[in-house]
Design a protein. Structure first.
Length: 95
């Protein structure tokens, strides 16, 4: 039973790390997009008001991704408590 629980915990850990990485990747992509938008507007010589609504929406998306990241960190911490409660050894990154 202990071996099976460790195998299951390893699967959960791998999925957790993949989820964290996916959110970080999405956050990075959206941050790059947000940074690009004002530069593209300047390069195209558009007025400052052009694209402002789109920029605001992209920043909202970035904020929501950050909230998702915060939630995953809390989920990670909660799973660590479960791991400790059942004396399942910790797993390192890249497991």
């Amino acid at each position: 039973m202990a071996k099976h629980r460790k195998e299951v915990a390893l699967q959960v850990a791998r999925s957790l790390y993949a989820s964290e990485d996916s959110i970080d990747g999405a956050l990075t992509q959206v941050a790059n997009f947000v940074a690009m938008m004002p530069a593209a507007r300047q390069d195209a010589k558009f007025a400052a008001c052009v694209g402002q609504d789109a920029l605001s929406e992209a920043i909202k998306a970035m904020t929501l991704l950050n909230q998702a990241r915060e939630a995953m960190v809390r989920a990670h911490e909660a799973l660590a408590e479960v791991r400790d409660q059942f004396h399942i050894g910790p797993f390192g990154y890249g497991v």
